[in-house]
Design a protein around this ligand. Structure first.
Ligand SMILES: [Zn+2]
Length: 456
């Protein structure tokens, strides 16, 4: 391992300089005026991947290009697919940046730029790790495929069809993704669980038009009153979701998971202050970290009804509607949950109104077995790269491409965050800790070595 460390140490300045050049390109995927820069960034990324020893190809799509590279020189060894994205979020509000977003600036050991952590910095660390592994060993210990898209920040509209069309090209044993974060400084993390999503909208229709609440109130049902009753019936005051069958497929938290989460240095009071809540709240019987990462939830996202302007208007609204979402955990199925909830609301609804439930989008929850050889290899690799064993975390968010990899390629994803939770991604003054960029490269190289020999 020391040879590898020495190789990366020697190239630190060069690697960082290459990243700086990438960060200068404003590859904002949502802005049509910057489409040329997005393409340039794809081409530059392709050149750098070629220099790192990958056979690289650029695939045009209906939107921004996909950069793909591979080096398959380890017959019998497993294949790793590295996924990342070279596009970035818009930089505005630009006046809130301390240094210009596309003029990367070093300060106090951090590199400031749009994309520094999300995801150019994290992704490029992996590329540098692949290169180091190949140059130090003469060849790669695993087969490596690299998929870098330019539309992650706009919902990856062309990635899904690309993956489903290129199943052979992309076939792999594990997907390696660094597009998340460590648990804290010097506390590398492996995210082994992601929540899924079921998003619904319910419409309650009453009288044909808004009515005078004095003349008509009490003689016809008020859709807003009905809607609030219906939504209130979905969850008890103890935070438990009251929809029959909702928890049927929930995989219970295992004792080791609860013990592990309890040991994480999580300060509940700090957390409470950071969100500005009067008190923390959630499902009875679970800790805040368990609720955040590993228990299903239901939240109203917005409600529309009646008069919401300045002053008072005595109206009985004709309609009321509500958008709400449920974050799901393994093994809940978003379609099954949508049906359960919709049936529940229809059954609860009084016959004085019409109720309709419409589904929006959904995503399946994900959990990666902690016992797999890839996870074990990543655990060792992070210890080599960061000097500390990683903690295992479950996240409340969803990463839809992880589901596509699972469904289309039958491959699980390893989510290895190199950034920090307060890197300001999607916000002004985005930054990446420079030492973690280099450690990320060491981690990737160490992972290929460990995984290549079976991860034992
Ligand atoms: Zn990202």
């Amino acid at each position: 391992m020391s040879k590898l460390q020495a190789y990366i140490d020697e190239r630190k300045e060069l690697n960082l300089q290459e990243l700086v050049e990438l960060l200068k390109i404003p590859s904002v995927s949502t802005d049509p005026a910057l489409a040329g820069d997005v393409s340039n960034c794809a081409r530059r990324m392709g050149e750098l991947m070629t220099e790192a020893g990958l056979e690289t190809e650029i695939f045009e799509t209906k939107g921004h290009p996909i950069v793909y590279g591979e080096r398959l020189e380890a017959p019998g060894a497993p294949t790793v697919l590295v996924y990342g994205h070279y596009d970035v979020q818009p930089s505005d509000p630009d006046d809130q940046w301390d240094s210009p977003p596309f003029e990367p600036t070093e300060k106090d050991g951090y590199l400031y730029a749009r994309g520094a952590t999300d995801d150019k910095g994290q992704f490029y660390a992996l590329i540098k790790g692949i290169q180091a592994s190949r140059e130090v060993n003469g060849k790669l210990p695993c087969n490596v495929k690299v998929l870098c898209e330019g539309e992650e920040e706009v919902g990856s509209p062309n990635l899904d069809p690309f993956i489903r069309k290129e199943l052979d090209r992309l076939s792999c044993d594990i997907v390696f993704i660094s597009d998340c974060s460590q648990f804290g400084i010097d506390m590398p993390a492996i995210t082994y669980g992601l929540k899924g999503l079921c998003y619904l909208e319910v419409f309650v229709k009453g009288p044909s038009t808004d009515l005078h609440s004095g003349t008509f109130g009490g003689s016809v049902a008020n859709p807003a009153n009905v809607l609030t009753c219906l939504m209130a019936a979905c969850q008890g005051p103890d935070g438990k979701i009251a929809i029959p069958g909702f928890y049927d497929d929930v995989r219970p938290l295992e004792d080791w998971e609860r013990a592990m989460m309890a040991e994480l240095p999580f300060d509940e009071e700090e957390f409470r202050k950071s969100v500005g809540a009067v008190k923390v709240f959630g499902e009875a019987g679970y800790t805040t970290l368990e609720r955040k990462g590993a228990r299903p939830t239901l939240d109203i996202n917005g409600m529309i009804s009646g008069f919401t302007g300045e002053g008072a208007k005595t109206v009985l609204p004709a309609t009321a509607s509500c958008k709400f979402s449920m974050r799901l955990v393994p093994d809940q199925d978003p379609d099954k949950i949508a049906t359960l909830v919709s049936d529940f609301l229809n059954e609860m609804a009084p016959d004085t109104v019409e109720v309709e439930v419409r589904p929006h989008h959904g995503a399946s929850p994900v959990i990666v077995s902690r016992d797999g050889t890839a996870v074990k290899a990543a655990e060792k690799a992070l210890e080599t790269g960061f000097g500390n064993r990683p903690v295992f975390v479950r996240e409340g968010g969803s990463i839809p491409v992880v589901n596509t990899f699972q469904e289309a390629l039958g491959a699980e994803s390893l989510l290895v965050g190199l950034g920090l939770p307060d890197d300001n991604l999607h916000a002004p003054n985005e930054h990446f800790r420079i030492v973690d960029f280099h450690r990320g490269a060491v981690t990737m190289a160490a992972f290929l070595e460990e995984y290549g020999k079976g991860g034992d």
